[in-house]
Write a protein that binds this ligand. Sequence first.
Ligand code: NAP
Length: 262
Amino acid sequence: MDLQLRGKVALVTAASKGLGKATAWQFAHEGAKVVISARSELVEKAAAEIASETGAEVLAVRADVTQPSDIERVINTTVERFGGLDILVTNAGGPPSGTFDETDLATWETAINLNLLSAVSLVKYALPHLRQSTAPAILTITSTSTKQPVKNLVLSNSIRLGVIGLTKTLSQELGKDQIRVNSTLPGWTYTGRVEELINARMAKTGQTKDAEVANINAAVPLGRMGRPEEFANVAVFLCSPAASFVNGVMLQVDGGLNAGTF
Ligand code: NAP
């Protein structure tokens, strides 16, 4: 199948590693021009790596998604360098783990900025350019925690539902502009974020890393965690013209973890 991404311009935020980087790599592999952003110098390293492995044009921009001025700069830089924007993938780092009792109000506010308002700002600044595209798409990266709460992750379980509401609303409102808006809901996928969550679990339970990994694997019908590229394949397909009639979908990529019927 031809995903018809050759020459398209895709922006993936929070993409110096993990799911964002894997998604950017797959866009590049499919012939898109790619912009990746993150806060640290790892983002330039990631861009160089993706460009050398795929032969694509990849631009790195250092930016913090909690800062609207940074977001505006990322979008403007993208358009200046590549002449437009076709695909926006909104991603950010995960919020801290913890129960409701352990989480203070300031931490809630920080997480709302990181995981909800970042997506709102990205869409705000990207929309005028997406409206000029012939194959525009927005993808939000959320979590299976929006379908089934994950223990010890009250912030993710709560705040990401706002992104789901935003995604679904935009899919209704932007259809008239032919802009498709979908979300991918990753389950356990082995990245730095999962390392952090496993460490947090070990600190609480006193179990070994192997035991915590085994617990997670046992909860997944496929018996294992996902690989970032397995997530990226789905994300890139949803953003591609090959998925031209898919709009307003919240797609789990979780090995069957969420056992709900819908
Ligand atoms: P990861 O490996 O920890 O990567 C996080 C990325 O986000 C890095 O590139 C990091 O770069 C960037 N980042 C963090 N804070 C940022 C900020 N304020 N502004 C800009 N970039 C920022 O995480 P991941 O596993 O790829 O997860 C990506 C998202 O999916 C997270 O929200 C995570 O909670 C969610 N998720 C992941 C899983 C999973 O199993 N992996 C499952 C469900 C949901 P810098 O630090 O350099 O900025």
